[in-house]
Write a protein that binds this ligand. Structure first.
Ligand SMILES: C=C(O[C@@H]1C=C(C(=O)O)C=C[C@H]1O)C(=O)O
Length: 314
């Protein structure tokens, strides 16, 4: 960027790079294309040190997370809530911080993720390696996905998914279909498949369609974000529950980021497997979907597994 001012999107008709928070009522930051300089550089990623550090479990965070997950399961059993994504933030001290080294390690380790490093002097420094596309759109043809359900990749040839994960992911697919049916045509829901994201496996269903003439990019983004992959169902109830109970600010985690209206294309990703760096401390953000069939200890373990995506490069 050619200045350090904060710019925001107003209607998603602007061009540039967008960085949007989880809370869709808050403004999305824009690096406007007319104030940006695009440089391309090839990054060599050989000689990557593959040492894995060990990180101690913070027992207080563990207890807090288990408590809030139990409260969420209870709420789901007693209300019309079907799913809520509960997350937490874990602080990790970094001894020798090297921006380029971290970025190279992310690229090296997560070949099929959208790997990014984002900085604004008034907001801070973020890194991520996300497996989830919010939206790819060219002219009016768009692609999105339903991504949910998690298990650790132990090299299993044909992973077996329990009904909890299958149902949880189906909720996301049904939500996406429902949200898109009035603003699109030619909607196609593909077969559900297993994908690998770092040390984890997820269930993914690709969805594609054509944006209706009477609709626009803003309504498409609003229809999708936040999906129940990162928020819950019903969306507004889940969002209120998250804002009241998570006890911390998700800020840009589970928001979205990417290129907006460049050459008639937008490529937006859900901000997952990410961290914000401040004062030699990384704040790693991790969460998971809670349904009536969740087990609080397993949900804690799932966030520990997800945190390894970022810990591996620190
Ligand atoms: C919320 C996160 O991931 C999301 C939740 C998942 C789940 O509950 O199984 C799986 C993939 C993502 O949609 C995260 O990584 O922090």
């Amino acid at each position: 960027m050619t200045d350090d001012k904060l710019h925001f999107t107003s209607n998603f008709k602007e061009s540039g790079f967008v960085f949007a928070p989880f809370n869709a009522n808050e403004k999305a930051i824009l690096f406007p294309i007319e104030k940006s300089e695009c440089l391309t550089e090839e990054i060599k990623i050989e000689n990557i040190n593959a040492n894995e550090n060990t990180f101690l479990v913070d027992e207080t965070s563990k207890e807090n997370h288990i408590n809030i997950v139990e409260k969420t399961i209870d709420k789901i059993n007693k209300s019309e809530l079907k799913k809520v994504v509960i997350s937490r933030k874990e602080l990790v001290k970094i001894s020798d911080f090297d921006l380029l080294e971290i970025y190279k390690k992310l690229l090296h380790n997560y070949k099929n993720a959208f790997v990014y490093c984002w900085f604004h002097p008034k907001v801070g420094l973020w890194f991520g390696a996300t497996p989830e596309t919010l939206l790819n759109i060219k002219n009016d043809d768009f692609k999105t996905m339903s991504l949910a359900g998690t298990q650790v990749d132990e090299g299993q040839i044909k992973p077996i998914w329990k009904s909890k994960e299958l149902e949880e992911q189906q909720l996301v697919t049904d939500f996406i279909e429902d949200q898109l049916k009035d603003i699109s045509t030619n909607l196609k829901i593909n077969k559900t498949e297993t994908i690998k994201a770092g040390n984890l496996l997820h269930l993914r269903t690709k969805v594609e369609g054509k944006l209706s003439e009477k609709s626009d990019l803003k309504s498409l983004i609003r229809a999708l974000h936040p999906t129940p992959a990162v928020c819950g169902l019903p969306r507004n109830l889940a969002k209120d529950f998250i804002l009241e109970n998570e006890n911390y600010d998700r800020s840009f985690y589970t928001g979205f980021l990417g290129e907006l209206n460049l050459d008639k294309k937008s490529s937006l990703f859900v901000n997952l497997r990410c961290m914000a760096i401040k004062n030699k401390t990384a704040a790693i953000y991790i969460g998971g979907g809670i349904t009536k069939d969740s087990n609080a200890k397993n949900e804690w373990q799932e966030t520990v597994s997800k945190s390894k995506t970022m810990k591996k490069v620190l």
